[in-house]
Write a protein that binds this ligand. Structure first.
Ligand SMILES: C[S@@+](CC[C@H](N)C(=O)[O-])C[C@H]1O[C@@H](n2cnc3c(N)ncnc32)[C@H](O)[C@@H]1O
Length: 239
C-alpha cells in the first residue's frame, strides 16, 4: 500500500501567513486545557505547530508528529521551545513511540486524511496503543453540516480579511465518501497559491463508531456551530 503525503511545499509555504490566521487557537487550547495541563502530550498531524506552540505553554512536554517534511520544516524554523519535539511519522502506520502519552489531540481534521472508515479506525488504534490507560484523545473532524452544503455548491469564494484577498474552494465528493477539496488563495499583487486535499467525510455517528471500534470510550462531542467547519470529540482509553 502506498502512503502519500498530502501537504507539500505549496501549502507549507503559505500555511502560517495565509491559512492559520483564519483559525485562532484560543478555543482549541481552552478545550484541550483540562487534558494537556502538565501532561506528556502527542499532537497528531501537527503541521507547522499552530496549536502545539501555545499548548507547550501549559503541557509538560509536546511531541508533534506529521508526515509532511515541508510542514515540519516550517515548524522547525520557528522558535521551538525545549519541551516541544517535532517528529516525522504517519498515523496510518504504528506510531514510532515507546513510552506512553497522557493525552493526544489532533486539530483541523488532520485525522480525516484517510481513504476509508477502516483506515480511520486503524489510525485511532495506533493512537490508542501509545496512550497510557485513562489517556485522552481530543480531535477536530470535518463536520458534514458544514461540508455537505459546500459539496452541493461545488465552488465557493470567500473574502479573507486577514490578508485582504480571497480563498476559493472547489469541492467534489466521490462514492466512497472521499472529498477532494481544491483550494486557491488569491492575495493582491501575489501569484495565486493552489493545493488539493483529500479527506474522508462521514457522519458524526460514524466517527464515533470508528473511535469505539478502536477501543476508545467517548466522553463528549461538541457539534460544529454556525459556520464552524469541525466537530470536536473527546474520548479516552478506559483500560
Ligand atoms: C490541516 S493541517 C492541520 C495542522 C495543525 N494540526 C493545525 O491545526 O494547524 C493537516 C496536517 O495533517 C498532516 N497529515 C495528513 N495526513 C497525515 C498522516 N497520514 N500522518 C501524519 N500527518 C498527516 C498534514 O501533513 C498536515 O500538516
Amino acid at each position: 500500500m502506498t502512503h502519500d503525503v498530502q501537504y507539500g511545499t505549496a501549502v507549507a509555504s503559505v500555511y502560517d501567513s495565509l491559512i492559520a490566521p483564519a483559525m485562532p487557537t484560543e478555543e482549541a487550547v481552552d478545550r484541550l486545557r483540562p487534558y494537556v495541563t502538565d501532561a506528556r502530550v502527542l499532537e497528531i498531524g501537527v503541521g507547522t505547530g499552530r496549536v502545539a506552540l501555545p499548548v507547550a505553554g501549559i503541557a509538560r512536554e509536546v511531541t508533534g508528529m506529521d508526515n509532511s517534511p515541508a510542514m515540519l520544516d516550517e515548524f522547525r524554523r520557528k522558535d521551538v521551545p525545549e519541551n516541544v519535539t517535532p517528529v516525522e511519522g504517519d498515523f496510518r502506520r504504528p506510531l514510532p513511540f515507546d513510552s506512553p502519552f497522557d493525552a493526544a489531540y489532533s486539530t483541523m481534521g488532520s485525522l480525516a486524511c484517510v481513504r476509508s472508515r477502516e483506515e480511520l479506525t486503524t489510525a485511532f488504534e495506533h493512537i490508542f496503543q501509545v496512550l497510557a490507560p485513562g489517556g485522552s484523545l481530543s480531535l477536530e473532524y470535518y463536520s458534514t453540516s458544514a461540508y455537505r452544503p459546500l459539496v452541493e455548491q461545488h465552488t465557493l469564494t470567500v473574502p479573507m480579511p486577514h490578508h485582504g484577498g480571497t480563498t476559493t474552494f472547489t469541492v467534489v465528493l466521490d462514492e466512497a465518501d472521499v472529498l477532494t477539496m481544491d483550494t486557491r488563495v488569491d492575495k493582491d499583487g501575489e501569484p495565486p497559491v493552489e493545493f488539493s486535499e483529500r479527506i474522508l467525510l462521514i457522519e458524526r455517528e460514524e466517527v464515533e463508531a470508528c473511535l469505539v471500534e478502536a477501543g476508545f470510550t467517548i466522553d463528549r462531542v461538541y457539534p460544529a456551530e454556525g459556520l464552524q467547519p469541525y466537530d470536536w470529540y473527546v474520548a479516552h482509553r478506559a483500560d
